[in-house]
Design a protein around this ligand. Structure first.
Ligand code: IMP
Ligand code: MG
Length: 179
């Protein structure tokens, strides 16, 4: 167990080595899925997906553009809601484009559900989802994510881009917070 802060501890849930190995597998699958695509646009949801995207796109041998958007749920900060607000929109027009939406965690599913609806309204040629972590037991809205890095239990996790009160994004592994 690593002591990061006097207020809480972080236990390793997924090691750096396991993350690397899984991303290499995902890269192979995604490359082959998009092998005939003239250009793929990877859309990352900030901030949690930034490290995952950085590692994932370096596995790609296909033409790829990368853009980001920031969304935020209304209401209680600890609970996702059905209203997602765009804080920073894409710079790219996604009409007729093959889009791969990349997210850090699917929890209740509300965030991705709303973002998928929003992006589909812009008429992309295709839209698939790749998510690093899936808290399947917490789902309230079904989400069709073609690629999932890891299914995880209902724990609050940090690291590899994911924060607790904005800290711990820099940890190279995924840990669970123990208060
Ligand atoms: P959903 O709308 O409930 O699916 O929430 C997804 C979002 O909640 C993710 O993009 C994360 O930002 C955040 N989230 C969910 N679980 C965790 C966690 O364990 N640690 C940090 N952020 C989380
Ligand atoms: Mg998020």
């Amino acid at each position: 167990m690593n002591t990061i802060s006097p207020q809480y501890k972080i236990d390793t849930l997924i090691s750096e080595k396991k993350i690397k190995a899984r991303i290499s597998e995902l890269g192979t699958e995604i490359n082959s899925f998009y092998k005939d695509t003239s250009k793929l646009l990877v859309v990352g949801l900030l901030r949690g997906s930034f490290i995952f995207i950085a590692d994932l796109v370096r596995e790609f041998q296909i033409p790829v553009e990368i853009d980001f958007m920031t969304v935020s749920s209304y209401g209680n900060a600890m609970q996702s809601s059905n209203n997602v607000r765009i804080l920073t929109d894409l710079n790219t027009d996604i009409k007729n484009v093959d889009v791969l939406l990349v997210e850090d965690i699917i929890d209740t599913g509300h965030t991705l559900n709303q973002v998928i609806k929003l992006l589909k309204n812009r008429n992309p040629n295709s839209l698939e989802v790749c998510c690093l972590l899936n808290k399947y037991s917490r789902r309230e809205t079904p989400i069709n994510s073609k690629w999932i890095g890891f299914d995880i239990p209902d724990e609050f996790v940090v690291g590899y881009g994911i924060d607790f009160a904005q800290d711990n994004r820099h940890l190279p592994y995924i840990g669970k917070v123990i208060i």
